[in-house]
Design a protein around this ligand. Sequence first.
Ligand SMILES: C[S@@+](CC[C@H](N)C(=O)[O-])C[C@H]1O[C@@H](n2cnc3c(N)ncnc32)[C@H](O)[C@@H]1O
Length: 344
Amino acid sequence: MVLALKVPREEAEKVRKRLVELGILDRDHRAKKEGDFVYFPVKSPLEGYEAVEIDLPAVRRKPRDMVEALSGLLSPEEVEKVTKSFDIIGHVAVIEIPEGLRDKEKLIAEAIMRVHPNVRTVAVEEGPHEGPFRVQPVRVVAGEPNLVTTYREHGVRMMLEVGKVYFSVRHSFERKRIAEQVRPGEVVAALFAGVGPYPLVIAKKQPRVKKIYAVELNPEAWKWMVKNVELNRFQEKIIPVLGDVRDVVPRMFPKMADRVIMPLPKTADTFLDVAMEALREEGGIIHLYTFGPAEDPFKEGEEKIREVVEEHGYCVRFLEERRVANYAPYIWKVVIDAYVFPCK
Ligand SMILES: C[S@@+](CC[C@H](N)C(=O)[O-])C[C@H]1O[C@@H](n2cnc3c(N)ncnc32)[C@H](O)[C@@H]1O
């Protein structure tokens, strides 16, 4: 039962405005029409109108954030861990269930769906990124069992199936950062291209790019990349190629690229010779993603680049270096932008 004001219908709108002005409309309950009267839930009576005790339906408000959605269900420390442990890719949320909270996964999933009404599917990570395709197994725990999603970023749309291909929303800044460096007329080699996020964002941000060769080994990711190139109408600019960069580069675009992007941190350094094969005789830029220890996360990457570049008779200057993500305790995922040029 809640306190309500019994108002004749013809006065309802006028009184509602007055209640709002006075700040006494109870927004946790809904008004109800009955016969010739409207019953407004109120925090206190209003002179001139009868106040009654009545049953009115409660308003189900969306929780403001995960803290509110999980308060009373998890401890504040547990809530803090959960808020940092999920990503939203289109309508799919992917959660890494923090240590000790496996039995609460359903509760957490439902909280995510209440806070983020666009999320219709919640999946939990079932292990690390594995194998040559760097795919992470997932299991749907709440909502629709549909992992095919559409994600929007920097004005492009990408479709993919979560759990079948590698994709991370966390590299959105990197894609923009690199795309903004591409100059008109460039040929770009997007190695390890996945479903195409780097090529797509580059084509969007630099419409005068000449060509982007996008090479991917996982047939499932390549299939989505082809679809995404069509979806964004970049067929003239992006050439999605299925295969191993080691075979594809010498066959399709040897010595043609002004820029080589290498987003495969686990083993990209072992493909630096392929990057050299892709770069034009005049040289160009290599973006190498790699891992490095916290004390000096760029040193090993720089050494590897220098070694391969010098073996090919070229010189190198390091342009920009960034910590991309804290990958594991004391290990950073980093990117090194290296300008490679013929030594004078
Ligand atoms: C870490 S993922 C990055 C995917 C994409 N660039 C992105 O940012 O979402 C690395 C990708 O490289 C692909 N890959 C691994 N080895 C490869 C190779 N030798 N040639 C071509 N692609 C390869 C994997 O299948 C995977 O899709």
